[in-house]
Design a protein around this ligand. Structure first.
Ligand code: GDD
Ligand code: MG
Length: 362
């Protein structure tokens, strides 16, 4: 079976971390989200994955190569972003018209029995089956209304909170039959959620497949941290420490440290922390529920809680970062600065004063 992963675009809210890599190469427990997805597809009998790429396509090609986890990888590169439907039409010649295939957003973490989903789809002779998950606040997503047979009779992308027809949302995972190609106009950007699903719903050709268990779209910092925590629970029940790392500190599981990481004495790292390769953490630091991208430098006595620190960022001594804040790639934070409550600092910026209000620092 074939699958196509939408791997283009860049996450708007996580943009400060995208200067060195596309969103799909963001690490979860130190492995790109794309690796987790391709591995899960391989375990479910997928033999060919089409990666629909545009932004920083070369980085994805370099990382994934021509095959990985026993799956062949074929790249479909867009000259300009084609949205969430256009890339599927563009890959028609690769996906073929012989059998249903899987299509998915590359920025979600979940557990789906893909084989069962395809069976469900085939039994119903649907053109598209959308995995649905129940959430508290549906308005950030595509929302579905079902009939008694789980046919989707209405699909609304990002409705106003009061207009959401249910709390069942599009999990970003689809089984599609080849007829889908007839519903996507070629050669221009198409939103599958806004242009294609509503039309299929009107004709009774769109089904919902409910999934349960953890599901997360990594698009906002709090959810990205949650996704990281889910993967750490899987792989780091005991602390994982990479090669050539020098750790004099306490590492509290679940936590992973990459290769050539240094952590000074009297520091505590964890629980729920991923530290990328080559990161240097000073002494007396406290790091909890956070992701530190490769090459970052964290000065002595600095504390980081519920935050993301971008590649090669430099934090001084006695710095405090919390409140699901993002320190962008190559940012420089001076000694004694405090950053709290949802602050997002753009790449390469120097910060020398505390920021205590939510917002973006350009
Ligand atoms: N190739 C390609 N080209 N990929 C793209 C493009 C593009 O122009 N635009 C976005 N993508 C990829 C993103 O990398 C991501 O993996 C996926 O398509 C979805 O885009 P997002 O920008 O993350 O959309 P969203 O999270 O706001 O909403 C979508 O996902 C939700 C579930 O996570 C929608 O499908 C919602 O209906 C859904 O509920
Ligand atoms: Mg998303």
């Amino acid at each position: 079976m074939k699958a196509i992963i939408l791997a283009g675009g860049f996450g708007t809210r996580l943009r400060p971390l995208s200067c060195t890599r596309p969103k799909l190469l963001f690490p979860l427990a130190n492995q790109p989200i794309l690796d987790w997805t391709v591995k899960a597809l391989a375990e479910n009998g997928v033999d060919t994955v089409v990666l629909a790429v545009n932004y920083m396509a070369e980085a994805i090609v370099r990382h994934m190569g021509a095959s990985k986890y026993g799956v062949s990888i074929i790249y479909s590169r867009e000259e300009r972003p084609l949205g969430t439907g256009g890339p599927i039409k563009r890959a028609e010649h690769i996906l073929g018209r012989d059998e249903p295939f899987l299509a998915m957003n590359g920025d979600v973490v979940c557990e789906v029995d893909y084989r069962r989903m395809v069976e469900y789809h085939t039994d119903r002779e649907a053109v598209a089956t959308v995995a649905l998950v129940e959430v508290e606040r549906p308005e950030r997503f595509g929302v579905a209304q079902l009939d008694e047979e789980d046919r989707i009779i209405r699909f609304v992308e990002k409705p106003k909170p009061e207009a959401a027809p249910s709390r069942l949302v599009n999990a970003g995972i689809y089984t599609l039959s080849p007829e889908i190609f007839d519903y996507i106009p070629p050669g221009r950007p198409v939103s599958i959620e806004r242009e294609v699903f509503p039309r299929l719903a009107e004709r009774g050709l769109l089904y919902g497949y409910k999934i349960s268990g953890p599901w997360i779209d990594i698009g906002v910092p709090e959810d990205y941290l949650k996704a990281n925590a889910i993967m750490l629970d899987k792989v780091a029940k005991e602390p994982v420490i990479g090669e050539a790392s020098e750790v004099e500190a306490e590492v509290v599981a679940p936590t992973v440290l990459g290769a050539a990481v240094k952590v000074g004495r009297d520091s505590v790292v964890g629980p729920y922390v991923s530290v990328g390769d080559g990161v240097v953490i000073g002494r007396g630091c406290r790091i909890e529920n956070s992701v530190i991208f490769p090459g970052a430098f964290i000065g002595d006595f600095t504390s980081i809680r519920n935050a993301i620190v971008g590649e090669n960022a430099v934090l001084g001594r006695w710095v405090k970062v919390e409140g699901t804040s993002i320190i962008g790639d190559y940012v420089n934070v001076s000694d004694n600065v405090t950053i709290t409550s949802g602050v997002s600092i753009c790449p390469s910026k120097s910060v020398s004063e505390s920021i205590l209000k939510p917002g973006r620092v350009l």
